[in-house]
Design a protein around this ligand. Structure first.
Ligand code: TEU
Ligand code: CA
Length: 562
């Protein structure tokens, strides 16, 4: 397997709106991020993935971009960006930009031109279709954020396609001018010195020309067959690679919902000249009761099975990202661990052990390194996320589900769980802002905050520091092959990694009861690299609730300690 810096890196994801507010307007900003770079250096991460900071009317918190070469007013200025980049580089931290080019904002100048007339040179930058004879939308597709995926536009009496909100019209990548403009814009950022791109829903940029009705999925037909992993997506990515990516030493990660391991080997193959890695969701997105919405806890057996398949099927062939949460997902300790006071910290450490010892590039979502939890929402007015608000209105209005039945699904899965402000200290608003925060601070900030955890060697924060340091020290964690160990019940997850005779054993308990694990003979006497509780690892090991450990054995069973 080829070595690469982005295979050895640990990424930290920043959602700027909620990270740190420098000027008291209640909204996180670029100067705020710069002021916290030393915290990230202390944690030991290598790369920041910066969620969108471009000019945007914020229908979807920056994922609706109206100018790719300007900074969102609320976040600061281009000078603030340049300062952030310089200060990050000074500390050896790279910055990967979010690249949202499946769609723009409807306030982008291209779309303003496009909608103005059928003859406008920008008309074909977007996807326009006639309605049906009775005036209905061209097909039955639903948008990700509710309603039809088609919006009727009075001026030219046609519909435009939007797979997300109606303020996020989809670009037409089949138009070579669109591709050229996007590649120019990417080059412009690379010339500025940024270190890579995280590409938003990049698997959706190529649509089939025929757009038949989709199978009903929830309230609408699915656009999946026509829009995801479409006919030209690999051609366009190869063109992007040739014209932009290959000219810089950057990291590229494609957000690819609904990708298979087979497709991932194309998107992020060692030699396919497309992207460095995929960021896929199979392990965390099962079928919900109502579209993505459910109040059911995920199955750990399923998680193990899917993680294992990705580990095996990509090994030596392609590269994957490691994560259990991000800005679109609930907090991982609440979903996969246990966020009650007795088990929160220990289960957060267990989940981190499980992820960080796997092959792939780990992503830490802001606050995860503190074991931040879901928010105890009590009223719909507390939500800010367009997806959550629209889903509540649409599903409860449909007659399919009552408000009482849908509410627990919002609590379990709303994206706003991840978007409450970063908890810096136990002062007012958790040290995030001196003003009124744009979304409520989780009331548990007095117990869970960065300041307290930095001062406590036993904290989740210091555990993450240790995991990151281990990845730098042991190549087996980055490059080793993977085997799932058949053992115990559904909630015990044990696997090994192997590299040139060295071996690593990782054992994680996903439950609140004791379980036993029989240590394989080859790991008797091995070094314990990390564990979240004190134990003796020999013979039959009794694991306490949410216990996790990793043992390391040097070559051929012969310990070489002197
Ligand atoms: O998300 C794309 C995506 O696949 C979403 O459907 C995601 O699964 C969903 O938000 C989960 O509920 C990306 C961004 O990460 C997201 O923040 C944006 O809203 C979306 O694209 C549109 O740009
Ligand atoms: Ca601010």
């Amino acid at each position: 397997m080829k070595r690469a810096w982005w295979k050895e890196a640990v990424v930290y994801q920043i959602y700027p709106r909620s990270f740190m507010d420098s000027n008291g307007d209640g909204i996180g900003d670029l100067a705020g991020i710069t002021s916290r770079l030393d915290y990230l250096r202390c944690l030991g991460i290598d790369v920041i993935w910066l969620c969108p900071i471009y000019r945007s009317p914020n229908d979807d918190n920056g994922y609706d971009i109206s100018d790719y070469r300007a900074i969102m007013e609320e976040f600061g200025t281009m000078e603030d960006f340049d300062e952030l980049l310089e200060q990050a580089h000074k500390r050896g931290i790279r910055i990967v930009m979010d690249l949202v080019v499946n769609h723009t904002s409807d306030e982008h100048k291209w779309f303003i031109e496009s909608r103005s007339s059928k003859e406008n040179p920008y008309r074909d930058y977007y996807i326009w279709r006639e309605g049906k004879e009775d005036g209905a939308p061209p097909n039955n597709w639903g948008a990700c954020f509710g309603g039809s995926a088609w919006e009727y536009d009075e001026a030219t009496q046609m519909y435009y396609l939007h797979l997300f909100s109606k303020k996020q019209p989809d670009l037409n990548w089949d138009n070579p001018n669109v591709r050229r403009e996007i590649f120019d814009m990417m080059t412009w950022w690379c010339e500025k010195g940024i270190d890579g791109f995280r590409m938003d829903v990049i698997c959706m940029i190529s649509k089939r020309r025929e757009m038949p009705d989709g199978e009903i999925d929830g309230l609408y037909g699915s656009f999946h067959e026509s829009c995801v992993n479409g006919p030209n997506v690999h051609t366009y990515l190869q063109e992007m690679n040739e014209k932009v990516l290959s000219r810089y030493d950057i990291m590229t990660v494609g957000e690819t919902p609904d990708v298979t391991t087979e497709l991932a080997r194309q998107y992020a193959g060692e030699d396919t000249r497309e992207l460095n890695m995929v960021f896929q969701f199979e392990h965390i997105e099962g079928e919900g009761k109502y579209g993505k919405w459910t109040d059911e806890k995920p199955s750990i057996a399923r998680l193990k099975r899917i993680l294992s398949r990705w580990q095996k099927e990509l090994y030596g062939k392609a590269w994957n990202s490691l994560f259990l949460n991000n800005h679109d997902q609930p907090r991982m300790v609440s979903r996969f661990g246990n966020d009650t006071p007795a088990y929160r910290a220990v289960s957060a450490k267990m989940l981190a052990t499980c992820l960080h010892m796997l092959g792939g590039t780990p992503y830490i979502y802001q606050g995860e390194e503190l074991g931040m939890t879901n928010y105890p929402f009590t009223d719909i007015s507390q939500f800010r996320d367009i997806e959550s608000i629209n889903a509540y209105r649409e599903w409860c209005g449909s007659g399919i589900v009552t408000k009482e039945a849908f509410w627990p699904c919002l609590l379990e899965k709303s994206r706003d769980n991840a978007r409450t402000p970063m908890q810096w200290d136990d002062g007012e608003n958790a040290g995030f802002t001196t003003g009124e925060p744009w979304i409520a601070v989780n009331p548990n900030y007095r117990e869970i905050n960065a300041k307290a955890q930095m001062a406590d060697q036993d904290s989740v924060f210091h555990y993450y520091r240790k995991l990151i340091a281990l990845r730098k020290k042991y190549p087996i964690i980055v490059y080793g092959s993977y085997e799932l160990l058949a053992c115990g019940g559904e909630t015990l997850y044990a696997y090994t990694r192997t590299l040139e005779g060295e071996k690593l054993l990782v054992v994680c308990s996903f439950c609140d009861r004791e379980q036993t694990f029989d240590l394989p003979a080859e790991f008797e006497g091995a070094d314990c690299l990390i564990s979240n509780l004190e134990n003796r690892y020999a013979g039959r090991v009794t694991l306490r609730p949410y216990e996790a450990f990793a043992l390391y054995q040097m070559g051929s069973g012969l310990r070489q300690d002197l």
